[in-house]
Design a binder for this molecule. Sequence first.
Ligand code: UDP
Ligand code: MG
Length: 334
Amino acid sequence: MNSRTLDKQTLLSVIIPVFNEEEVLPRLFGVVDKVIASLPVRVEVVLVNDGSRDGSLERMLEKKAGDSHYRVIDLARNFGHQQAVSAGLSLARGDVVAILDADLQDPPELLGPMLDRWHHGVDVVYGQRGKREGESAFKRATAYVFYRLLNWAASAEIPPDTGDFRLMDRKVVDALNAMPERQRFLRGMIAWLGYRQEPILYDRQARQAGITKYPLKKMVALSMDALFSFSMKPLRWMALAGVGMTLIGVLLVAVLVVVRLRYPHIFVPGLATTWVALLVLFGFNFLCLGILGEYVGRTFVNVQGRPGFLIREVYAQAEPDSEHPGGFPEGRAS
Ligand code: UDP
Ligand code: MG
């Protein structure tokens, strides 16, 4: 175990995924610089460019050129938020590692208090949201339902109202990097890991500039990853529903036989009933096939074993480093 001292012996890596955040970057750098100056530890800021199509990469490289705290990882294309953070995690060198959104919705000022908790033995300090400002009622409502549904279904206890804003000990990061799964719902994976985890409460501010990079489509994809990667329960629901329907069917046959024998005069074949039953059962069948497909598809993607992200270029400082004299260690693209 490392010593968890709060001095210049300790290196903190701050990972920031960036996708088209040109407008907010200057403000981000301003705030982060101030926070870095106030921290007792050494800091490296790992900016991950997730295939931005605006001037984000240029802004980041300019910053890196003038400030030795900053490093830039440029991914080959847009791989999505969770993969961008995973790329950062695989290359971060800190004894302790934090994840931060670029849009300042996660206050960097909390890094100090988070470090304190780590110093006192907590392995994962995760931000838990109290108020959420500047987010639509729709986003808040879906998030509320989603976290509760997930916890009901999931096999790991995933704390509600948390994003990826957190600070982790090196051993947690190593464990995470060793998990090869392609669908990376990081907050769930980290919850699954165990160790000593504690929340730190904060009010989520509104995005400081630019628009959300999580449109509904990406939110749905993330939710599906969360549900289907962390729970086998939907499969069980299918089986249970199947059993239930079979029972109803058997009962219905018995009833029909009795009616046919006892009251042949009222036995009229019901066309409407047949159609309704047909449509409902077929609909249900396809739903079940769809659920099955989610698991089969995820298995397929994992069996393919393609890397989750590819790195185009790492812009690191030439600054010598005791552990990795050549700058960054080779990144594992997983
Ligand atoms: N992001 C990313 N790749 C993506 C989408 C988002 O790296 O494909 C980054 C984005 O730049 C930001 C963070 O992930 O730093 C969170 O995105 P955003 O703030 O848009 O999400 P929201 O807060 O609206 O859920
Ligand atoms: Mg945001």
